[in-house]
Design a protein around this ligand. Structure first.
Ligand SMILES: [Zn+2]
Length: 185
């Protein structure tokens, strides 16, 4: 016969069988007399497997380890995302330009230059050697951030998910404790 995990006000788990529905059980932890709910409610409680009647089951390894693991993943991911985001948004480079837009702006600037400056610039390009001309900083930095974008998005999502799961596990459990204010004798 399955044993259901009935929770005492003191958060201890009292294993109860269907036969005990509607009766009272004394908590081994705090000695409080708890009224066992009826069969309908009892069947909605989690089932305890291989529990010796009367024993107080200890919180499972996963139950205690999982929130800590989730919190660690959340902290690590959100820190990574934070560092990447800070690096990106505090960069002096304006993002979102396509190559065409960049060169259009470059050309507009050049058109406003006096002819002498354009000539100087052209001379500089020829002297420095067109084939070895480096791409503008914009593309170098932009490419650097483009390559890190999946990491930024990925770690943000992973961090948010783990933090959410951690909160659900922690907050959900404490809510269950607060909600189990059954009648006492
Ligand atoms: Zn108790």
């Amino acid at each position: 016969m399955p044993q259901y995990a009935f929770r005492c006000d003191c958060t201890a788990t009292i294993p109860v069988g269907i036969a005990q529905a509607g009766s009272s059980v004394r908590c081994e932890q705090c000695s409080k007399l708890m009224e066992v709910p009826g069969t309908k409610v009892l069947r909605t409680l989690p089932i305890l497997e291989d529990v010796v009647a009367g024993a107080v089951p200890k919180a499972g390894f996963a139950q205690r380890f999982l929130p800590a693991l989730l919190l660690a993943i959340a902290a690590l991911s959100l820190t990574t995302a934070g560092v990447l985001a800070k690096e990106r948004w505090f960069s002096p480079i304006e993002f979102g330009h396509t190559e065409e837009e960049f060169f259009a702006a470059f050309r507009d600037d050049a058109l406003q230059d006096p002819p002498a400056r354009v000539w100087d610039h052209w001379k500089y390009l020829v002297e420095s050697g067109l084939p070895v001309h480096q791409p503008p900083d914009y593309f170098v930095i932009n490419e650097y951030f483009e390559r890190r974008k999946p990491w930024l998005i990925g770690s943000s999502i992973l961090g948010a998910l783990s933090l959410g799961m951690f909160l659900v596990l922690t907050f959900g459990q404490s809510k269950g404790r607060l909600g189990s204010t059954g009648p006492s004798a």
